[in-house]
Design a protein around this ligand. Structure first.
Ligand code: F6R
Length: 243
């Protein structure tokens, strides 16, 4: 696909029709959501569909992939704030249906909290469609190099390259958190559909290795190759290195 805007609209349309389809059956639609610059246009299009086409999010349940740790929800860089600004404040989602890993829980409570997060996803029926970006380290969520295929939601250390990419948001490396809570690779692979978006030439090399390279925990995104309904939506620049 040549253009990031068109790729984003295509995913937004797929999400919209999934939501409507489920609503017609009086069922919930469970979405796995990502933050970062990549999905912003998808959220913009979903907001437009809500405003102009009457798309309702009443039957939608969401689980975000990750959150920095520790971080307060009202911090400028928190993913709670990001999701409110880009999506939740502009649609009719039931707030109790929104789930984002909490950046404020006590450290000793984190393992139990993470177990509960995975269990809640499962008891809600599992994720129908998971939206993903990809980091330059090959991470999905914050599953950095070294993350194995069987990982579940947990506390992780952020890779240095990932922290470097976050400097622009935090205004200095010393302010970028060292840790994050992330859904695991296995948590992600349980989703029924996976749509990974990647735009820009800075993603071209890692996209090529994730899609065409061998599966390895050095590039956690490569484990997506095992999934039976994964699509990679790339612009020309991100697809540049593919054979
Ligand atoms: C964000 C997330 C990350 C990003 C990735 C790409 O919730 O899970 O894996 O998708 O770091 O970030 P951007 O889109 O800013 O290039």
């Amino acid at each position: 696909m040549a253009d990031a805007g068109e790729a984003s609209k295509r995913v937004a349309r797929e999400i919209g029709s999934l939501i409507r389809h489920r609503a017609a059956e009086h069922r919930n639609c469970v979405l796995g959501l990502a933050t970062g610059s990549t999905p912003i246009r998808v959220y913009r299009e979903l907001v437009r569909m809500h405003r102009e086409e009457g798309l309702s999010f009443h039957n939608v349940v969401t689980f975000n992939l990750d959150e920095y740790f520790p971080i307060k929800p009202d911090a400028a860089q928190s993913y709670v704030r990001f999701m409110n600004e880009h999506l939740f404040d502009h649609i009719d989602i039931v707030r109790a249906n929104v789930h984002i890993p909490k950046g404020t829980i006590e450290l000793e409570a984190v393992p139990g909290y993470c177990r509960d997060y995975d269990e809640l996803i499962a008891s809600t029926g599992g994720i129908d469609l998971q939206l993903l970006g990809i980091g330059r380290t090959g991470h999905i969520g914050f599953n950095e190099p070294g993350a194995t295929k069987d990982t579940r939601t947990r506390l992780v250390k952020l890779d240095n390259l990932t922290r470097l990419d976050a400097v622009k948001d935090f205004g200095g490396m010393e302010h970028v958190p060292l840790l994050a809570i992330t859904m695991g690779v296995d948590s992600i692979l349980q989703s029924r559909r996976i749509r990974l978006l990647a735009f820009g030439e800075h993603k071209a090399d890692i996209v090529q290795r994730a899609i065409e390279g061998r599966m390895t925990s050095t590039i956690p995104a490569s484990f997506l190759q095992t999934h039976r309904d994964v699509q990679y939506l790339l612009d020309d620049a991100a697809a540049e290195c593919l054979s």
